[in-house]
Write a new protein. Structure first.
Ligand SMILES: NC(=O)c1ccc[n+]([C@@H]2O[C@H](COP(=O)([O-])OP(=O)(O)OC[C@H]3O[C@@H](n4cnc5c(N)ncnc54)[C@H](O)[C@@H]3O)[C@@H](O)[C@H]2O)c1
Length: 206
């Protein structure tokens, strides 16, 4: 039996891409999956395909987070897992810092980092109440090394890794594990505009 059998897991940004693939794999391993996203049509379809539940969710909204967690607990009685996957890449790839706008830089931080913070903050109480849980934050390779031309995105993902370590130390005593994963370049709607299959034209790490 899979460790995910009958676990209740929320996957943010689960309508498409890595989030949809994660949701499908978790459902196949027996989890009850709550798919959340801004994209209602796609999210509803993704959730229906895996017998999951779709909830509209903007990860930058604290009210939305409360609604999502409350609705999950109401429907399934608990939250065992959270995949903080929703993310965006702002600014044209390869834009040097001197040409990046503050607005674009801060938008990456808001969705990719503050969105994860709000998820951690909202889900911890229900996890504590049922004796534990597991949280996976989706960071990225530009959050592991110096990566030119992605200042907002890279800074947000470095932040996600730092926040993951802080949350792990705070939540560990409550039997809630917190980990980050750093996927390599994956051909999803996020980067299909600048990565061609079989090529790697994303800037190289330094
Ligand atoms: N594709 C890659 O190469 C790659 C590599 C490393 C890490 N990642 C990370 O993986 C995660 C998923 O990326 P993806 O490639 O599947 O991208 P994607 O654009 O296909 O999917 C991201 C999903 O997040 C949703 N989303 C965006 N802003 C949101 C918000 N404010 N609230 C709720 N949902 C929101 C989008 O609607 C979309 O469905 C991201 O955190 C990304 O940074 C991607």
């Amino acid at each position: 039996m899979s460790g995910l059998q009958d676990k209740v897991v929320i996957v943010t940004g689960g309508a498409r891409g890595i989030g949809a693939a994660t949701a499908a794999r978790m459902a196949r391993d027996g989890a009850q999956v709550v798919v959340t996203d801004l994209l209602d049509e796609q999210g509803t379809k993704t959730a229906a395909d895996i017998d999951g539940l779709f909830l509209h969710h903007d990860v930058t909204s604290e009210d939305d987070w409360k609604s999502v967690v409350d609705a999950t607990v109401e429907r399934y009685g608990r939250v065992d897992g959270l995949v903080n996957n929703a993310g965006i890449a702002t600014g044209a790839p390869g834009t040097p810092i001197e040409n990046e706008t503050l607005e674009s830089f801060e938008r990456s931080l808001k969705v990719n980092l503050s969105g994860v913070f709000l998820g951690l903050k909202t889900v911890i109480e229900p996890m504590k109440a049922t004796g534990g849980g597991s949280i996976v934050n989706v960071a990225s390779v530009p959050g592991l090394s110096g990566f030119p031309g992605v200042s907002g995105y890279g800074a947000s993902k470095w932040g996600v890794r730092g926040l993951t370590k802080i949350a792990a130390t705070e939540f560990g005593p409550h039997k809630v594990r917190v980990n980050a994963v750093n996927p390599g370049a994956t051909l999803t709607p996020m980067n299909e505009c600048h990565v061609q299959p079989g090529e790697g034209n994303f800037p190289r790490p330094r």
